[in-house]
Design a binder for this molecule. Structure first.
Ligand code: TYM
Length: 391
């Protein structure tokens, strides 16, 4: 349900000034503890160190399996409704980092069906975004041996039977209470599809801990899936979640979203565009005049270029703390901070774009990441269907 009177967080609407701690009470998730953070691979990633990924569910089981060298997996996905922006890609780079550190399996679903049902876009447009988004996800550089990418309509032989099985476990009133009244029956059904995504690694590989790194908007899907798993009709444990705050929109507080060109920095933006967007559109926590800024200092907490560096784009804690200090004491100007953030983001995007350019045609690249026939059979069998296709 929309969380409170003054803000709303669901997969389909994020509005208002989000109180991330209150959201945890509403959702029933828990802040990450110091002990849990210490169980992540060392040195702990800045997204965890700085509480961007700030909360979770059943994180311990995943960390224990990772530290004991047992099977453990991550599921993190994308709804291909448009070009990917620098907020969307954060869970993927985090998943890639964890895969490098712990050897975890990574499952990446693309919910083209969801975005067709949700947006006023043709199937053709959604397919176009799916292809483009896939190239960006492939450019992150996942290990093909340990990564599977599933597109709902292209892998319907697996996704649909599982979703149908799980849909039977979810009532319409649960859907209404969790998401608000869905706009069409497709969106009423879709939570069962995302549940299929989240349980897929266990259906393929056997019961094991799965972690789902996502921003808080996707947590309702995790809750519905956990309820399905709790019924114990299938040999799966409840997937855990690692929940992040939203990278802010350029214009200030609120989630970076893909609607409106100026609101987001896209993975395809070149250097010049990144600098232009940050210089002209990024909300500043600086003072109106240089004199006033030098005298009173700025506020990094609300400064979007600073927040970009803090969230993801500046790895060094020492540097990010120094920038905050200098901004507060007025020695670092808003324009200077903007240049620093723009340069970091542009460097990151250039490296990403170079990897993307080296890829071949999307269908060829995708082949090595698709579910093998034996894996498809295993998943169907675990969900109660004949493992081979009868028809
Ligand atoms: P989508 O495509 O809306 O978003 C992709 C991922 O990006 C996160 N996200 C953000 N993270 C940080 N800052 C932001 N401003 C920001 N905006 C979005 C989202 O939380 C998400 O993790 N239904 C999903 C796709 C999906 C999926 C899954 C995700 C399908 N199956 C299984 C996770 C696990 C969606 O529409 O995400």
């Amino acid at each position: 349900m929309p969380a409170t009177d003054d803000f709303t967080v669901t997969p389909y609407a994020v509005e208002g000034d989000i109180d991330y701690d209150r959201l945890l009470d509403e959702f029933g998730a828990e802040s990450l503890t110091t002990e849990q953070k210490a169980q992540f691979p060392q040195p702990v990633h800045q997204l965890i160190r700085r509480d961007v990924f700030y909360a979770g569910r059943d994180v311990d089981a995943f960390l224990a399996a990772a530290n004991e060298g047992k099977t453990h997996s991550i599921v993190t996905g994308r709804g291909p409704s448009g070009p990917i922006h620098i907020g969307h890609i954060i869970p993927f780079y985090f998943a890639k980092y964890l895969q490098d550190q712990t050897g975890c399996l990574v499952y990446i679903p693309l919910s083209d069906d969801e975005k067709y049902l949700l947006k006023d876009k043709s199937l053709d447009e959604i397919h176009g975004h799916t292809r483009e988004n896939l190239l960006d996800i492939l450019a992150v550089g996942f290990d093909p041996e340990r990564t599977r990418i599933v597109v709902d309509t292209a892998d319907a032989d697996v996704v649909y039977p599982l979703a149908a099985a799980f849909a039977k476990e979810v009532t319409q009133s649960t859907v209404d209470a969790t998401y608000g009244d869905p706009e069409n029956i497709g969106l009423s059904f879709y939570p069962a599809v995302q549940a299929a995504h989240l349980l897929l690694p266990q259906l393929v590989e056997g019961r094991h801990p799965t972690l789902v790194p996502i921003a808080v908007d996707q947590d309702p899907h995790v809750r519905v899936c956990r309820d399905i798993a709790a019924k114990q009709r299938y040999d799966v444990s409840k997937p855990g979640a690692l929940l992040s705050k939203f990278l802010p929109a350029l214009e200030g507080p609120g989630k970076m979203s893909s609607s409106g060109d100026a609101a987001s920095i896209r993975l395809s933006d070149d250097r010049e565009t990144v600098f232009e967007k940050i210089r002209n559109h990024a909300y500043s926590g600086g003072r109106r005049s240089v004199e006033s800024h030098r005298e009173h200092g700025g506020d990094p907490e609300v400064d979007v270029p600073y927040q970009f560096l803090y969230y993801f784009f500046e790895k060094s804690d020492e540097r990010v703390e120094r920038l905050a200090r200098e901004y507060r004491d007025g020695s670092l100007l808003s324009g200077e901070l903007k240049e620093i953030a723009a340069a970091s983001i542009a460097d990151f995007l250039e490296a990403h774009q170079n990897r993307r350019e080296e890829l071949g045609p999307v269908a060829d690249e995708l082949k090595q990441y698709r579910l093998r026939e034996s894996e498809r059979q295993a998943a169907r069998k675990q969900a109660g269907y004949p493992s081979t296709r009868v028809f």
